[in-house]
Write a protein that binds this ligand. Structure first.
Ligand code: KG4
Ligand code: ZN
Length: 342
């Protein structure tokens, strides 16, 4: 079964064709990062306009790259939330249009469910190789959620952020250090040069809870930067290379340790067989390495390019939904910007 996955919830126009939920036949990502980087964050109006311009060429490119004809596509899957309303609308309307033109079913998918199913791509089978229940940690620019997955398509949120998402904290810290956008890969690159003893940042904690809170960590970075006179930015207070490396390393360690601590706590109460990481922050090499070294259960980590937003994860999730529930044409579906996972 070939499924075309459409993902436009944020700033990437991502189109992919996946066979049987696991084999990627094509994976196109039209990144808009160059349009947003000068603002240090995503501008929703620019994002939806860019999706509108790139979606049809990206779908065409995905078909070309797969070598498939449109009549060999069995279903169309699309992210209908959570995300930016104007961005989601472009993907959902394109999906409906294609479904009508090609006479194929269209399946709405929750973006977070997509991040979870990136664990099944590339012919991996966490359910068979590790087994349920799994604890999934989804950490991205908009979300930090710990999800108990007892079976396919069965989710219970056991921990979430009370304020900022992990990716947001990476992006803000990078801005303070005058690094580029998105901040995660920049912080990771700078942190790699760290040596010797480095003054740590706090590990934010909410007592007796599996919830996260990253705004305090963000504030700690800003406060130290103000004290050390590298922030607010002026023409004369650029941080030197060592300062950038030290902040990046200390920040990354604090956020990685916080995530590992909460997952370890969850594992004390829940006999999960493994931990699955997903979302853009799961591309972080330090998080992947330290989580795998620390936990006593297997840690499943999709390849970095499958952690950040992509259409393949949406197609994969749709495959498992079709296996469970079949297909039905849902032309009346709408975008749900604050869609919950349950
Ligand atoms: O999942 P994603 O691509 O989009 C959303 O659904 O938000 O996640 C984007 C976030 C950004 O905040 C970005 O800085 C972060 O993921 N990110 C990383 C890395 N790569 C992307 N954070 C830490 N380390 C990375 N290597
Ligand atoms: Zn995402």
């Amino acid at each position: 079964m070939n499924i075309l996955g459409i993902e436009t919830s944020c700033d990437d126009t991502a189109i992919s064709i996946v066979k049987d939920g696991q084999t990627i036949k094509s994976n196109i990502i039209a990144s808009q990062v160059h349009m947003h980087e000068k603002y240090g964050g995503i501008i929703p109006e620019i994002a939806s306009r860019e999706h509108f311009l790139t979606i049809i060429p990206s779908i065409q490119e995905a078909l070309n790259e797969s070598g498939l004809k449109h009549n060999e596509i069995d279903s169309i899957a699309v992210t209908n939330g959570p995300g930016l309303a104007g961005s989601l609308l472009v993907g959902v309307n394109a999906a409906k249009g294609l479904a009508m033109a090609w006479d194929k079913p269209v399946i709405p998918i929750n973006h977070l469910e997509g991040h979870i199913y990136s664990g099944w791509l590339d012919n991996k089978n966490p359910d068979k190789e590790v087994g349920f229940p799994l604890i999934c940690l989804i950490a991205s620019g908009g979300h930090t959620e710990m999800v108990l997955m007892k079976d396919h398509l069965s989710y219970e949120i056991i921990g979430k952020t009370r304020d900022d998402a992990a990716g947001e904290a990476f992006d803000k810290t990078a801005r303070v250090l005058r690094l580029g956008f998105p901040g995660g890969p920049e912080i990771q690159r700078e942190a790699q040069n760290a040596e010797g003893t480095i003054k740590p940042f706090p590990r934010p904690e909410i007592k007796n809870s599996l919830d996260f809170s990253f705004s305090g960590l963000k504030t700690a970075v800003v406060n130290r930067a103000i004290k050390e006179q590298i922030y607010p930015h002026s023409n004369s207070n650029y941080p030197n290379k060592n300062t950038v490396t030290e902040y990046a390393f200390a920040f990354q360690e604090a956020i990685v340790d916080t995530m590992i601590r909460n997952v370890s706590r969850a594992l004390k109460n829940i006999a999960a067989k493994g931990v699955l990481l997903g979302g853009g922050v799961a591309a972080n090499s330090r998080l992947r390495e330290k989580m795998s070294q620390t936990l006593s259960v297997p840690v499943i980590v999709p390849k970095p390019y499958l952690c950040t937003d992509n259409g393949a994860m949406i197609a994969s999730a749709a495959y498992y939904r079709i296996q469970a529930n079949g297909t039905s044409n849902v032309f009346d579906m709408d975008v749900i910007p604050n869609l919950k996972l349950d």
